[in-house]
Design a protein around this ligand. Structure first.
Ligand code: UGA
Length: 439
């Protein structure tokens, strides 16, 4: 298993749990040392137990030769972050492929777990052939793990997608998962690669769609939570990924939307829908700042508490998290920003003061924003929090709280797309806010 990040560790640990022998290789000495010492370098619920339980079947190494010795499957689970042009940076993939020893015995199969542009499998195949590694198979087996529920997603997936150049290679990858009962999608390599990008892009589209519906709700006096429920009960549509909020983040959706848009563009097709999905998401993060301005006027010198920094609950991941854009926008407006998160403590949010407790973060604050829907925040509309704040303005970026209860607790409360309980004056200013954002 190349890569000891979220995907590599979860996939490696899960394969060991299924009884396979796993060697996980990474290029970061610190990461490998910590793993060898029994420490888990990422926050993923349950991962420590699975790693511990399978300690005898999992080895960690920095050494390429040790990783591939005797390997029947060579999983690639390295990062493929976007470059400045929006293309995926495949340098980590190439360093694995080009680093493979030229004399691998038998028929090991390179299995691509990393999310890569369509066509990558073909390029890897050609590169292997050029190096004389014609005995090495290649299979695309995209991952659909969501952070926070990754172990369960691995063991009970909705489907396993296997795209192979040769049927026999695909059969072997399928049999590796024989203990997992699910639908298997057998296809060619480019189709498997595209399933992954299309699935993430479609989920992102649903989020941007419901966020736009939320913005319309604010203008016409409807409640997006009820609208989403009414829409989602249609079995053709389903209820998932219809939670309106402050936009999607994380290491996958933003990257994959960009990557698919870029891939289509490079192939001569402008993917207009995804351009809109992206723009809606950028606007959605910024709307929070405009909402605060509506309540506080200029933000210069105002104190704002951000509650939650992770891009979603149950993870310490703040990559592309909406909290980052909101924090830096607030700082740019001259606000003082304090933040609390139960597990995410990023050290690169310059200018943001990280606090140990919610009460610390909200002390003397002019407003608080729920950025991540951590369960701990369900009880945030309390008398202690209200009394600690200079002004009880609470913007709920995830519609975590009941608006009626939050207002009854003495907060000036505003969710996303939930103006039903707002006064006509509030509605008018929401319309003005919308007009302003459009310009
Ligand atoms: C996502 C996909 O869900 C996984 O299937 C995929 O394997 C993974 O990307 C990947 O490509 O590796 P993940 O990024 O961990 O998983 O997180 P999600 O739970 O999908 O959430 C992504 C973002 O969308 C979060 O910021 C979340 O707050 C936001 N979101 C999600 C909403 O704003 N509304 C929703 O209704 C759902």
């Amino acid at each position: 298993m190349f890569g000891a990040g979220y995907v590599g560790l979860v996939t490696g640990a899960s394969f060991a749990d299924l009884g396979h022998e796993v060697v996980i290789r990474d290029v970061l000495p610190d990461r490998i040392e910590r793993l060898q010492a029994g420490e888990v370098p990422i926050y993923e619920p349950g991962l420590d137990e699975v790693l511990e339980r399978n300690a005898g079947r999992i080895h960690f190494t920095l050494d390429m030769a040790e990783a591939v010795e005797g390997a029947e499957f060579i999983y690639v689970a390295v990062g493929t972050p976007p470059t400045h042009s929006g293309d995926a940076d495949l340098s980590a993939v190439w360093s694995v492929v080009d680093g493979l020893p030229a004399d691998l015995p038998g028929r090991p199969i390179v299995v691509m777990k990393s999310t890569v542009p369509v066509g990558t499998g073909g390029h890897v195949r050609a590169r292997l052939d050029e190096r004389g590694l014609t005995n090495v198979g290649y299979v695309s087996n995209p991952e659909f793990l969501a952070e926070g529920s990754a172990l369960a997603d691995f063991m009970s997936p909705d489907r396993i997608v296997v795209g192979a150049f040769q049927d026999g290679d695909g059969d072997r990858v399928v049999s590796l998962h024989s203990a997992i009962a699910t639908e298997i999608v057998r296809t060619d390599v480019p189709s498997a690669e595209l399933v992954k990008l299309a699935a993430n892009a479609f989920l992102s589209t649903r989020i941007s769609f419901i966020n736009e519906i939320a913005n319309v709700c604010e203008l016409v006096g409807a409640d997006v939570v009820d609208v989403a429920r009414g829409v989602g009960l249609d079995h053709r549509l389903g209820p998932h990924f219809l939670r309106a909020g402050i936009g999607f983040g994380g290491s996958c959706f933003p990257k994959d939307v960009t990557s698919l848009k870029q891939l289509a563009g490079n192939s001569g097709y402008p993917f207009l829908l995804l351009q809109a999905v992206w723009e809606v998401n950028e606007l959605q993060k910024r709307r929070v700042v405009a909402k605060l301005q509506k309540h506080l006027g200029s933000l210069r010198g105002k104190k704002v508490a951000l509650l939650g920094l992770a891009f979603k609950p149950n993870t310490d991941d703040t990559r592309e998290a909406p909290s980052r854009v909101i924090a830096y926008r607030l700082l740019a407006e001259g606000a003082e920003v304090r933040a609390w998160d139960p597990v995410a403590h990023p050290d690169d949010l310059q200018g943001v003061e990280l606090c140990d407790s919610v009460l610390d973060a909200v002390r003397d604050a002019d407003a608080a924003v729920i950025v991540t829907e951590w369960p701990e925040l369900r009880s945030v509309a309390s008398p202690e929090v209200r009394d600690a704040m200079a002004r009880p303005v609470l913007v709920d970026g995830r519609n975590l709280l009941d608006p009626v209860e939050a207002r009854a607790a003495g907060f000036v409360y505003e969710g996303i797309g939930r103006p039903r309980h707002a006064s006509p004056a509030d509605l008018q200013s929401l319309r003005e806010l919308d007009a302003e954002l459009r310009h």
